[in-house]
Ligand binder design. Structure first.
Ligand SMILES: [Zn+2]
Ligand SMILES: [Zn+2]
Length: 415
């Protein structure tokens, strides 16, 4: 018998943590933080047998060092890029927590301890425990992202992490795995819609850039450091326009380039990154505003990062443009801009004259592919997490004949 508890991230995008117990072994999958509030999931009790991390994004990894602060001494399994990227994002998360006026959940020394317990696990390489075994499948979401498959208590349990089946410029999407799965724990960020055609979307972005240049304007592309920054660089590199990179995306790109085998065309990305101008000191920012250019800068949801500097100076210019290119979590500055057209941040509350665009360059599966995944794997049980409106989606899947549910955070159930 297997017991599963969703400790966080059930009916929300953020603070993912999943506990799976069978035969006296206890595994933790992801241990994230709520990106907007810094709230943790429910803390798992010790002992834990081992922990698996699907990918580096902070909603999946943000609390990992806290396990070691609390004295845990177990192994954590992740891919190589995930380790490199986690170090960058976790260091930053401490700074963000401090900036919010919170006492950080952990300190840099706990990241070091975490590193000493890190076990690199490549895709499709099994790791054995006394009564269980596990391996990673490719998740197609960001470089190094994985979907852990655990065999325990006579069940095969797949946790998708964040997944994408379609290819992007940066990485190849994953295919729906040809695996027997008894319990499918799935993300459902975009259960309510499909994504636009990727090629058309890329053309739209390139056109927006060209039109803005024609007007002598600047294009602001707020972007997540990991994944989106590199994707935008790859899409825009051959236009021949100057691209400035600002914020954490610079270091994230350096780290990602260390793992070429996880990329679709590392050469192209290396070239694009080489050509891009990197803003390393705040005094260099002034120069960016002098002539038409593209600025790719954190934060992707506009809460924090250098992007605020540029918006503050450009929001009254109709000849400039801003495009949000990722998921905007409820409560973020970006979500507010999307819903109301107002930019409310750092003492400003303004309507942008610089027209805002919303372009869905998602690294997640859209609705049809999520449903396809359930139909093709045809599991005994489907657990829907990581989304707004997960209960509705579970109900929909039940309507299609699946035993699907979206448990509340903290609810323990048997599989
Ligand atoms: Zn993610
Ligand atoms: Zn996520």
């Amino acid at each position: 018998m297997v017991e599963i508890t969703i400790l966080g991230g059930s009916n929300e995008v953020g603070r993912i943590a999943i506990l799976i117990e069978a035969n006296k072994e206890r595994f933790l999958f992801d241990y994230g933080i709520d990106v907007q509030t810094g709230n943790p999931p429910i803390r798992p009790e010790f002992p834990l047998t081992a922990m698996f991390i699907s990918h580096a994004h902070i909603d999946h990894s943000g609390l990992l060092p806290e396990l070691y602060k609390r004295g845990w001494k177990g192994n954590i399994y992740g891919t190589k890029p995930t380790l490199g990227l986690c170090n960058l994002l976790l260091e930053d998360s401490i700074k963000v927590q401090r900036k919010r006026g919170q006492v950080p959940h952990y300190h840099p020394q706990h990241i070091k301890i975490m590193n000493s317990f890190w076990k690199t696990l490549d895709y499709n390489k099994p790791v054995e425990f006394k009564n269980s075994s596990a391996r990673f499948l490719d998740a197609g979401h960001i470089p190094g992202s994985a979907s852990p498959l655990l065999e325990t208590g006579g069940k095969r349990i797949l946790y998708t992490g964040d997944i994408k089946f379609a290819d992007t410029k940066l990485i190849k999407g994953t295919r729906i795995w040809d695996e027997k799965i008894d319990v499918l724990i799935m993300e459902s960020t975009y259960h309510y819609k499909n994504h636009p055609d990727r090629k058309e979307l890329e053309d739209d972005l390139r056109e927006l850039v060209q039109n803005t240049f024609y007007n002598n304007g600047i294009v602001l592309l707020p972007s997540f450091a990991v994944g989106r920054t590199q994707e935008l660089l790859s899409i825009l590199q051959d236009l021949g326009f100057p691209i400035f990179l600002d914020g954490m995306g610079i270091e994230a790109t350096e780290i990602i380039l260390n793992y070429p085998k996880f990329l679709r065309s590392p050469k192209k990305l290396r070239k694009a990154f080489g050509k891009a101008r990197k803003i390393m000191k705040s005094k260099d920012r002034k120069e960016v505003l002098n002539k038409p250019c593209i600025v790719i800068s954190t934060a992707g949801m506009l809460s924090g990062g250098p992007i605020g500097y540029y918006i503050k100076r450009l929001y009254q210019r109709e000849d400039c443009a801003i495009a949000l290119t990722g998921y905007q979590v409820e409560g973020t500055v970006g979500r507010r801009l999307m819903d109301t057209g107002r930019y409310v941040n750092e003492g400003l509350d303004v309507k942008l004259r610089m027209p805002p665009h919303f372009m869905d360059f998602s690294a997640h599966c859209g609705r049809d592919n999520l449903i396809k995944l359930v139909k093709k794997t045809n599991p005994e049980k489907v657990i829907v997490i990581h989304g707004d409106g997960t209960t509705e989606f579970a109900e929909e899947l039940r309507g299609m004949g699946f035993d699907a549910r979206s448990p509340a955070n903290g609810e323990k159930f048997k599989a």
